[in-house]
Design a protein around this ligand. Structure first.
Ligand code: AMP
Length: 308
């Protein structure tokens, strides 16, 4: 198993200046999963598995979408009740999601169980989820190479103690710029990123900066990269999750310590992958991405950034 992803499997209600959608398949693990699965197929990898929970209302068609993309779904548990629901909107430049409603539903009292044959993935990716559920999965697994963790402002607000603990247990922490500033209580991004890395007790911090690209703090130095300049921004939901999924799959391809160069290359793939997700509502674009269109955009991005 190359990548094990734990996160939310959700039905989202979305509103953006480009339109709205009800009960769109979403969730951090769905976006991360489709993204990692795309790269796994493309690179001939050894598989990506999802761990999460769904309710009885979850459509079998959506389980088929996971399977069709090559995702292993034995770690998805169905529980009595409704699937997790998130309602969000974006306005203006769509830089920030406004959460209108979060219905935990089957996530209340959920105890994640990692299938025994998936406890030693090369890369463990804890996509956005309550930090205590992320901790539970970390304690059940031993990532052969690296563990990655993503989070959100909600957990900084309501589960800060659990969050502070779980970030020390992973190799790579991914947050957006607003979350880094919030966690460090500092408006200077670089200073805030340095304090978060101290809080994390070392390792790597990746800071997503939306249309401004990405900043990463690696022990061998800082990396800064622009985003891919896309004209077709339709729905930013899942951008960060598909970014993390691509990164996770890329890092599962090698062994040993993650060098600064390798991290930078994984961020190129993460950036290019995420730029597709936002071009349509929900998982539509990332699910149906073709290898050819990916390669064309990857070369374009390398030309724009003068990277080989
Ligand atoms: P992103 O736009 O990459 O930050 O992720 C958006 C996805 O996160 C949506 O599909 C939501 O279903 C999911 N999400 C929103 N809030 C939460 C939460 N509190 N816990 C887990 N997943 C969430």
């Amino acid at each position: 198993m190359d990548v094990l992803i734990v996160g939310s499997l959700a039905y989202d209600s979305l509103e953006t200046p480009m339109g709205s959608r009800e009960d769109e398949l979403g969730g951090s693990a769905s976006y991360g999963g489709f993204s990692a699965a795309f790269h796994n197929r493309k690179n001939g990898g050894n598989g990506v598995a999802l761990v999460g929970v769904i309710g009885q209302d979850f459509k079998s068609e959506h389980l088929e979408w996971y399977q069709k993309s090559g995702l292993e779904i034995t770690g998805i548990e169905e529980k009595e009740g409704e699937t997790f629901r998130w309602k969000g909107s974006y306005h203006g430049d769509m830089a920030e999601a406004i959460t209108h409603e979060t219905q935990l539903n089957v996530f209340e009292n959920f105890q994640p169980k990692v299938p025994l044959d998936q406890t030693t993935p090369k890369v463990l990716m804890c996509a956005n989820l309550h930090p205590s559920l992320q901790s539970s999965v970390i304690s059940q697994t031993k990532a052969e190479r690296v563990s990655i963790l993503d989070s959100m402002n909600l957990w900084i607000n309501i589960a800060i103690e659990e969050l502070r603990v779980v970030i020390t247990k992973v190799d790579i922490l991914i947050l957006n710029d607003a979350e880094v500033k919030m966690l460090a209580s500092d408006d200077n991004l670089i200073r805030a990123a340095e304090s978060v890395l101290k809080m994390k007790q070392g390792g790597i911090l990746v800071v997503k900066r939306g249309e401004h690209g990405v900043l990463a703090l690696h022990p061998d130095g800082i990396i800064s990269m622009p985003s891919y300049p896309t004209l077709e921004l339709t729905d930013p939901t899942g951008c960060g999750d598909s970014f993390a999924g691509a990164m996770a799959q890329f890092l599962s391809q090698k062994t040993g310590t993650v060098s600064r160069n390798e991290l930078a290359e994984s961020l190129v793939h993460a950036t290019v992958t995420a730029s597709f997700t936002i071009e349509n509502f929900g998982t539509e674009r990332i699910r149906n991405l073709s290898e050819d269109e990916y390669d064309v955009r990857l070369s374009e991005y390398r030309r724009i950034t003068n990277t080989s």
